[in-house]
Design a protein around this ligand. Sequence first.
Ligand code: ZN
Length: 440
Amino acid sequence: MRLQLKAFTIFMFTRLTILPVISAFLLSASFAANPTPKPSATSPSTASPTASAPTKAPASPAPKLGGKQVVDQTAQTIIFCYHRFVEKVRYPGTEITPAAFEAQMQMLKDKGITVISLQDYLAWRRSEKAIPPRCAVISFDDGWKSQYEVAWPIMKKYGYPLTLFIYTEGVRGGLLGGGEAITWEQLADMRDNGVDIQAHTATHQDLREGHAIMVFAAGAKRTKTKLTGPQYEQWLQSEVVAPKQLLEQRLAIKVNCFAVPFGTYNDHVKEVARNAGYEAMFTVYGQPLTFNSPLDSLGRYAIEANKPKVFADAVKMIGTSTGGATAVAEVGTAQLQTQPADGETVRTALPLIKASLSSMGQIDPASVQMRVSGLGVVPASYDAKTGTLAYQVTQKLRDKTCTVFISAKSEGKKVEAHWTFGIDENAAATSTSPSAPPKK
Ligand SMILES: [Zn+2]
């Protein structure tokens, strides 16, 4: 277990048994790597959410695969969406009390669900970063000042990252920004403290053609009109493209996410959003998100005061859901009698990799797969009679460490295992094991 723990701490791979101590580490590691955009007034392009990170204990880089990490693709994330935080709920469809909100944030902690940033979820989708197996993302919609005054302090207390989805005319001073609206100064303060700010249109309306649209004439005069053809297209641009530009320029940030008002859109709206440069689009049809969830319709759970069950169910879903994938059981590496052993350092970059899968139960031989960090899926040979899976590396492993992933189907269930060994071609004749005290 000690060796596995080491592999965990090095790579943030998070598959096996999660001990509290590991969870705690992952939590802090995840925060250490959280984006804290440091916007610069002169070069907005440097404000990429991944451009800078706090200088806390950086994790060693995970194995790379053509510039990409080998990440655990079975992790899952649920995204929550909140609106207003008030002591006395009058509109339970969009409001929640601070106490109820805090209880939910506490519940995530108690259930061992790691709150990660939305940008970390997307980095995982790009195979740039590993995330813990069960994650949550917290987002606030529409830009209410209670988000800044009431809920953000609670988020800070827990050290949770946060994403805001802002509709630009709803910011104080905008066509729809009244006294309860968040201000640009508050947004800038949140940005300076690591809050991720993303787009949610300009005027928060149904984006599909054919719907009556509230048009704002000079002097904030409002008329409801059905726009069609070029007029509709122009309006759509002003709702999808313009808010991204406005947020990016006004706050010197990078906007790559788009939350669709009411979750109502269609393929044309998606296309316009994609062309505008949005990497991900969000609805309010909550579901556990996996590595393969379509990036143009990522469902969030909208949490309302009168439906506390939505939150509880979402937490349950990520606890038990297989998110479309098969249930995964993890096998300890000790049972696999791996070669090289977990934590061992070998003196060749062309090792023979072997494992005994007999402890995995009745295995479907066709389902057996071996993945090697730096190489990807390799043509390993599986001997069903002995239960031995073997692969002779033919292409020099270039990293100092190598992680091997094995997966197979056993009685309809996916079984997985992984272990890590070191490579040091120049090592002395006696190979060193990480469990041995370092010689100085
Ligand atoms: Zn909204």
